[in-house]
Structure formats: C-alpha cells, structure tokens
Design a protein around this ligand. Structure first.
Ligand code: FAD
Length: 450
C-alpha cells in the first residue's frame, strides 16, 4: 500500500540527483586505493552497499554479520513454497529509486499492486461502498496536509488529531486510516510526532511488490565480498589509530569501521563503544522512535476470498490484522493472504502462540466470509520487536525527534567511525532505498578522506 500518499502531492523528485551512484563515482579520483582497510558491522543492504562500493575502490573490506545469512531486514522465508518477505516487500515508488535498478540486476521480480483494487469491510461483514471509503480517505489526507500547523514538539499525533477531531475517535474507518496509513508507516499514534509525522521524501511512480524475494538484492550485493556470518559484534574501540572490533571473542582491526546495526540495537546498547559515543549521537539514538510492524502469511488449500488486491477490515482494536494482501493476485496457484499487526498490538502478538494468532485472524475473516471457512493450513510470522538483531522494524519521527537527529546519527566520529542504516538517512529513513543510499554515502565519505 502506498505510504504517506498525501505528501506525494507537490513533491519535487530530488532522488535521482541525490543518489545515482554513477554520478557519485564519476566525481571521484579513478586511482584504486591501496593498503586501507574497513570493517563493516552488519550485512543488511546499507552495510553491503558500503562494502561493495569500498571494495570496488580497492579497500580491503570485512563485513561482520551476527546472523546466519546476509540481508538483515531484507529477509525472505521460502519454506512454504512462496516467497514470504519478513521485512521489506515493496519498492515504494519505482521512478529513480535505486532499488528498481538493483532489483533488475539481482533478478528480483515485481508485481504492480494497485491501491485502488481494494474492498473495505466493516464489523458484521458489511461491505462499505466505494464512495464512503474514497470520500473518507480523501478527507483524511486533506486533514493530514494541514494538521501539523496544530502540532507541537511535546504533543503526540493522537493527542493533536483527536483534540481537533474528537468525532473520529470511535470511527472504525478513520481508525483504519490512522492505523494503516499512519502507524504502519510511522509508529504508535501516541508516540508519533504531531509536527514531523509527514517528514521524508518519496519517489514517484507505482508501488511494486517483490514476488520472488527481496533477499535476492542483498545476496547480489554480497557476491564477492568477505562476509563473516554468525559474528556478533560486542565492542567497537576507536580510541587508537586503528579501530578494534570485538566479535565472538575475537578482535579484528581496520583503519575505519562503519556501524550499520539497526537503531533498536543501538538503543539497547548491545555494542559498547570505546570511548562512549558523543552525547549528540546518544541523544539522537534516544529521541528517534523505533516502530514495530509484524507480518503474517497464511495459506489454505483453496481460496475463499475476493479476487482483489487488498481486503480491509475495520475492527475495534486499531492495529490488529486490519488488512490483507491477496498473494493470489501475483501467485495465481498460491492460496495465501498476508496480514499485519502494528505498534502495541504488533508487540503483543509476539507473546501469542501461532494458534492464538490464527484464532484472532480468523475472527476477522469469518466475520467477512462466514463461519464455514476453514482454518489456514500454515502460518509464517515475524517477531521484529524481540528480534535481537533489530529490536523493532524501522525508525520513525517520535515526539521529541528533530530532523537533525537523523543527521546526528549519520555523523562520523574522529574520521574513523562511520554510521549507515535506514535510521541515518534524513530524507528516506525507514526504507530499503534509504538504507542503500546511506551505505553509498558513508563509503563515499571514506573514499573522500584518501
Ligand atoms: C516488517 C517490515 C516491513 C518493511 N517494509 C518495507 C517496504 O515494503 N519497503 C521498503 O523500502 N522498506 C521496508 N522496510 C524497511 C527496510 O527493510 C529497512 O529499512 C532496510 O532493510 C534496513 O536496512 P539496514 O541495512 O539499515 O539494516 P538491516 O537490514 O537491519 O541490517 C543491519 C544488520 O546488522 C546486523 N546486526 C545487528 N546487530 C549486530 C551485531 N551486534 N553484530 C553484527 N551484526 C549485527 C543485523 O543482523 C542486520 O543484518 C520494512 C522493514 C520491516 C521490518
């Protein structure tokens, strides 16, 4: 589904100018760099992009990754015979988006998910008319365009929104928009900034979903790189000339280090920095929010649902299994739906059993399609909040966040310690393309130092 549709109006596409690697590299000296080494912590798309760019320039690059495979939040589970992307699924706006080109090179196939191919069901299985849905959606986006003028640095989005529009507090359709268009993209309504909820840029063009796995991109980027898997970094000592990185009890050293672990990992202080990170960076780590979006793939022997791309439902509990992606639209032989849980409800799902999850989802589907529909044959699910490799899904502008905090996260320390990752990209945070761009950005900083 399109994220932050409302800011697309009037957006000037700066993306192509900002990120084209060919433009960046053409400005640089062509001589290969000899005898300089870099350790990249984390083999997500940002770390791999940086590593590849540096290796191509002649640096000796080692990537240390805590998990058993590369990709981080670009992670695909193929165990049910269909690609279930546990993290990113969509290329949000394909025009000038660096992921579009990477996807082609990596052999990642995509399908255009049409936002308008949607049905909205209310409690009791009542189908909403297209007009009711479209008019409310348009009114919602109109409000978002102006609501920040009522915002304040200390008030959350929900406080400001419901102070001004109390009539929508118990409106299930409005709560669906607030959940699927705001919380999915940002974070908990009561934590999201009322001033900065629409910050960030977007690429133009259609939304496409990966059909054979987003992890093809990190696999492609990792080709030929020295990636050490199952290596959990616990300390980064940048107090001396060489940076010393401790992983699984071993110390590796290099001229530079790029830390690309997710914001959630930085928030948990899972890595000790010596000396401590500058106060400005610690503040940024604290102030930027980390969302929780969990995804669920359910399969059946036969399909019982409507032949549309999106089936949406408006339950009383706001962030609970309220929309379903019809996987059959792009895999005609696969009877599967993908659904979501966000923010606090998303966190709660992580302590529920598969059987409990199925029961809750089936309450919604049975309300729409009748009590005779069968339980799914299989379920796959994520637990991003308790995942020690990320502690959350992606960063967002929380109450107390300032946009400069993203830049503070991106700032290098002593020209030795560098930071990349989606949470360091002020214009495109929370996305795969933002993460990729951040990796290229940090590699270029190191190249510029030579
Ligand atoms: C549920 C969900 C849905 C999303 N949907 C979309 C979408 O549709 N479109 C989109 O553009 N974006 C989407 N995103 C965002 C996108 O996936 C991320 O922004 C992007 O993948 C982040 O890349 P990264 O390199 O910054 O971080 P990561 O991919 O998280 O990479 C960081 C790496 O560091 C490793 N690591 C962590 N701790 C340590 C340690 N101590 N030592 C060594 N290694 C460590 C991790 O294992 C990981 O591999 C989604 C994310 C999630 C979670």
């Amino acid at each position: 589904m399109i994220r932050r549709k409302f800011i697309k109006k009037g957006f000037i596409n700066l993306g192509a100018v900002l990120i084209s690697p060919s433009i960046i590299t053409s400005c640089k000296k062509d001589d290969p760099i000899v005898g300089k080494s870099v350790i990249v912590v984390g083999a997500g798309i940002s770390g791999l992009a940086a590593a590849r760019q540096l290796k191509d320039k002649g640096f000796e690059v080692t990537v240390l990754e805590s998990q058993e495979k590369v990709g981080g939040r670009l992670r695909t589970n193929n165990s049910l015979g269909v690609a279930f992307d546990e993290g990113a699924s969509w290329i949000h706006g394909i025009n000038s988006n660096p992921i579009t080109d990477l996807a082609q090179k990596a052999g990642m196939n995509t399908f255009h998910t049409v936002d308008e191919d949607i049905l909205s069901y209310d409690i009791g299985g009542a189908l909403r008319s297209e007009n009711v849905f479209n008019n409310a959606e348009a009114a919602y986006f109109d409000i978002l365009e102006t609501l920040m003028s009522n915002g304040s640095a200390t008030k959350s989005f929900s406080t400001v929104f419901f102070e001004k529009y109390p009539q929508y507090a118990n409106d299930r359709l409005w709560n669906f928009f607030l959940s699927t268009y705001m919380t999915f993209d940002r974070g908990d309504l009561d934590k999201t900034s009322s001033l900065l909820y629409n910050e960030g840029e977007e690429f133009d063009g259609i939304e496409v979903i990966s059909t054979n796995g987003f992890d093809l991109i990190p696999k492609y980027l990792a080709t030929g790189l020295a990636v050490q898997l199952n290596q959990r970094v616990t300390m980064v000592d940048y107090s001396q000339e060489k940076v010393k990185v401790t992983h699984n009890g071993t110390i590796s050293e290099a001229d530079y280090a790029i830390v690309t672990v997710p914001l959630g990992v930085l928030k948990q202080n899972s890595i000790q920095f010596v000396p401590d990170l500058p106060a400005i960076k610690q503040t940024a780590i604290e102030k930027i929010g980390m969302n929780c979006v969990n995804k669920f793939l359910l399969t059946w022997d036969t399909a019982f649902w409507d032949d549309v791309q999106y089936i949406t439902y408006t339950p009383e509990i706001r962030d609970k299994f309220n929309y379903f992606v019809n996987v059959k639209k792009f895999h005609p032989s696969v009877n599967a739906l993908m659904t979501f849980a966000y923010a606090n409800y998303g966190r709660q799902t992580e302590i529920m059993t598969d059987a409990q999850i199925i029961e809750e989802i089936m309450v919604h589907l049975r309300d729409i399609y009748g009590s005779n529909i069968p339980n799914p044959t299989n379920i796959l699910r994520t637990k991003w909040n308790t995942n020690i490799n990320s502690f959350g899904s992606y960063s967002f502008t929380a109450v107390g966040t300032e946009m400069r905090h993203f830049e503070d996260l991106a700032a290098e320390v002593n020209n030795k310690l560098f930071f990349a990752g989606e949470h360091t990209e002020v214009d495109y945070f929370s996305t795969a393309h933002g993460a990729y761009m951040s990796g290229i950005r940090e590699a270029e900083k190191i190249i510029d130092l030579q």
